[in-house]
Structure formats: C-alpha cells, structure tokens
Ligand binder design. Structure first.
Ligand SMILES: Cc1cc2nc3c(=O)[nH]c(=O)nc-3n(C[C@H](O)[C@H](O)[C@H](O)COP(=O)(O)O)c2cc1C
Length: 222
C-alpha cells in the first residue's frame, strides 16, 4: 500500500480582503467577455500559447487524482480535412433526421447547421478524450473515478485559459464522435468528449444575441 506523504502548502497566500474583492470582480468582467465563436481566422497561433493553456487544463482536480484526460492537438491539414468530412457526415444525419424537432428548434437562435468550415480554417483543433479507465504497463486496467466530472472541469479550465490568453474557441460536439478514435488512432479506453476549436476570430465575426441567467436565477443562499 502506498503511504500518504505531505508537504507544507506554500503555494497558497492570502490576499487582503479588498484585493480579493477586486480580483473576483475583475475575473468576472473578464470571463463575461468570453463568447463561443463559429467563424475563425486561419491566422497562426504560437504553439507555446496552446501548450500553456493545456498545462493549465492539466492542473484540474480529478477523482482520486487520476487525471483521466488526453488532449489531442491537430494542426495537420490532411487530418483536419478528414475530421471535417466525417463531422459533416454525422451532422447531415443529425440535422436531416436524427435530431428531435425541439432540439433543432432550440439550435435556431444560434444559427448552426451541418456545415463546419471552421474545422479546416482554425489553426488548432484540440480533441479532448475521456479515459474511461487507465491502462497499466502490463496491460491491466486501472480504475478511474468521476471521469465525466473530471474531464468537464479540465475542459472548462482549458476554455478559461484560451480566453484569458486572448484567443477564442468553440466547444464543438459532433452528434456522433466515435470517428475521432479512428482518425486520431486513439485506444479503446478513450472516449471522445469534446472538440475545442481554437484560434483568432475571423474579421467581422458575429455572435448570436443570447442572455445569461442572473445570479438570483442560478444560485440560492441559505
Ligand atoms: C457541452 C457543449 C456542447 C456544445 N456543442 C456545440 C456544438 O456542437 N456546436 C456549436 O456550434 N456550439 C456548441 N456549443 C456552444 C454553445 O452553443 C454555446 O456555449 C452557448 O450557445 C452559449 O454561448 P456562449 O458560449 O457564447 O456563452 C456547445 C457548448 C457546450 C458547453
């Protein structure tokens, strides 16, 4: 059995309360400016920025610290074209027949459709895979816990890091995602979780006019 070892928590330091208030308010103002973008520029983004955003995501908490995620970064034009082709195939099926009428109705204000040109235009596609279980060097399985929660949190931190860096992203979920295992040669313990399209917005990008719920609608204090 592995023994627990502890070291003092020197990474924590307490801000004076006024500073805390300022920091939390400023962070809110910054995060409020984040929007999902669906029109991307092909302008290159330095790899270093993406590396740092991924390192931020990889600091996320996870069930029993299993870190059950893999981030597969695609910049190769041939792979991007293949991903677009497969994604548009599944989207044609979704918009054409498999989606409920209600779902298509709910998507209307966002103006989405089966065409996904951004998959070839944006400089980075980050495909996030959730590891349903881990694999030990001897091939045996290792249990992972709260996989969806953990990968969701890491993804949220990645989105925040991308925004904080000054880039934009789209959380894209093709209606069927299994093709990503084949295209990106991922092992069977990994399940595609989400595809994050990252880059600069295209010139004259537009975003849908949507509203966020207010604090009183999302939080209750007892
Ligand atoms: C789990 C998840 C899946 C999403 N899937 C898609 C998608 O497949 N296509 C798309 O255009 N937007 C997708 N979105 C983006 C949402 O439509 C968007 O976040 C929402 O409309 C709110 O807009 P905002 O991000 O600008 O605040 C997804 C977002 C989340 C969190």
């Amino acid at each position: 059995m592995t023994k627990a070892e502890f070291s003092s928590f020197t990474d924590y330091y307490e801000y004076p309360q006024e500073k805390m208030k300022k920091r939390s308010a400023e962070f809110y103002v910054e995060m409020k400016r984040r929007r999902t973008v669906r029109q991307f520029s092909n302008r290159p983004v330095p790899r270093e920025i993406i590396d740092d955003c991924l390192k931020t995501a990889a600091t996320a908490p996870s069930g029993a610290n299993m870190q059950p995620w893999s981030f597969v970064v695609v910049t190769d034009a041939v792979l991007k074209r293949q991903i677009r082709k497969e994604a548009e195939k599944t989207e044609r099926e979704f918009y054409g027949k498999s989606a409920s009428r209600q779902w298509v109705e709910n998507l209307k204000p966002l103006g989405t459709n089966e065409h996904k040109p951004f998959l070839e235009v944006a400089p980075y596609l980050i495909v996030i895979f959730a590891q349903r279980y881990g694999l030990l060097p001897d091939g045996n399985k290792k249990s992972h816990y709260y996989v969806n929660e953990s990968v969701g949190i890491a993804t949220g931190m990645l989105i925040a890091a991308v925004h904080h860096a000054g880039l934009v992203c789209l959380t894209y979920t093709p209606s069927k995602m299994n093709f990503l295992n084949q295209v990106l040669s991922r092992p069977s313990n990994e399940k595609p979780f989400l595809l994050l399209v990252v880059g600069y917005p295209a010139k004259d990008t537009v975003v849908p006019e949507i509203a966020k719920k207010s604090l009183k609608d999302v939080a209750k204090f007892f």
